[in-house]
Design a protein around this ligand. Structure first.
Ligand SMILES: Nc1ncnc2c1ncn2[C@@H]1O[C@H](COP(=O)(O)OP(=O)(O)O)[C@@H](O)[C@H]1O
Ligand SMILES: [Mg+2]
Length: 245
């Protein structure tokens, strides 16, 4: 069994089904993206995996164990960076240690990683003094310092301008190897999904279902290659629009 397995997950709000029979697995160390239009249920799906939302039916398995309730083996980085404005960057980044203990070790780990996350010299600043990209990196560092090895990223770059977004994608691609985590990213950006992932799943329709799956080759993961991938992009787009069944 893989790191994460979803079996026939359906999600409904007030009797209205938004997602139906969603099944897929993610292997340990794999980077999988789910691409889908706004409102198709991506955030809801991540909430079900993290155990903060009950599915209408189906089951989620993590390391072979069924997820029931909030799971501490999963780190969810929400769409909004959720940095607390009254805490410094370092205190924000070490929030997990404040809540769960082990603060000293976490602080030491955070200090070691500030450089990699482009935050060195900013540890005593407050979130509102940072640029959008830096805030996002601080939120990333906070997630990366949580001990779980499944990272769920909910449109982490959606609020950034195009240039900053591309810089952050490059940085995440580079960080991927260092982190060695299993990552499930949701996005509405086809380029982002193709650039960062081993595999792209397309979620679309109402209720939304997994419409298609695309393997992205590792050796071709670079921007000039991405510009040339018109056919695969077209296929992903067609699947999103429901033209591929
Ligand atoms: N708490 C909620 N109560 C009722 N409807 C919700 C709730 N959360 C999300 N929805 C609805 O479920 C659908 C999927 O939402 P969401 O998972 O946020 O989609 P996405 O992240 O893909 O934009 C949307 O139509 C949204 O309006
Ligand atoms: Mg969302």
């Amino acid at each position: 069994m893989g790191k994460l397995l979803l079996e026939d997950i359906s999600i409904a709000y007030g009797g209205e089904r938004v997602l139906q029979d969603c099944s897929f697995s993610v292997e340990k160390g794999e980077f999988v993206s789910i691409v889908g239009p706004s409102g198709c249920g991506k955030s809801s799906l991540l909430s079900v995996i993290a155990g903060t939302l009950a599915a209408e039916s189906g089951s989620v398995w993590l390391d072979g164990k069924r997820v029931c309730g909030i799971s501490t083996d999963v780190t969810l980085m929400p769409q909004d960076d959720l940095l607390l404005p009254w805490l410094t960057v370092l205190d924000n980044v070490c929030l997990y240690g404040k809540i769960h203990g082990g603060l000293q070790k976490l602080r030491a780990d955070a200090m070691k990683n500030l450089q990699t996350f482009g935050l060195s010299g900013y540890e005593t600043r407050y979130p509102q003094e940072l640029s959008g990209g830096m805030r996002q990196r601080a939120a990333f560092l906070r997630s990366a310092l949580c001990p779980s090895d499944l990272l769920l990223l909910d449109e982490p770059f959606a609020s950034l301008d195009v240039i900053t977004r591309e810089e952050m994608q490059d940085w995440l691609l580079h960080l991927r190897q260092r982190l060695g985590r299993t990552v499930l990213l949701v996005t509405h950006d086809i380029d982002e999904a193709m650039y960062l992932s081993d595999r792209v799943l397309v979620l679309a329709g109402r209720p939304a279902k997994i419409r298609a799956e695309f393997i992205v080759k590792e050796e071709t993961r670079n921007r000039s290659w991405l510009m040339e991938q018109t056919q695969q992009k077209r296929d992903i787009y067609a699947a999103l629009k429901g033209e591929l069944e």
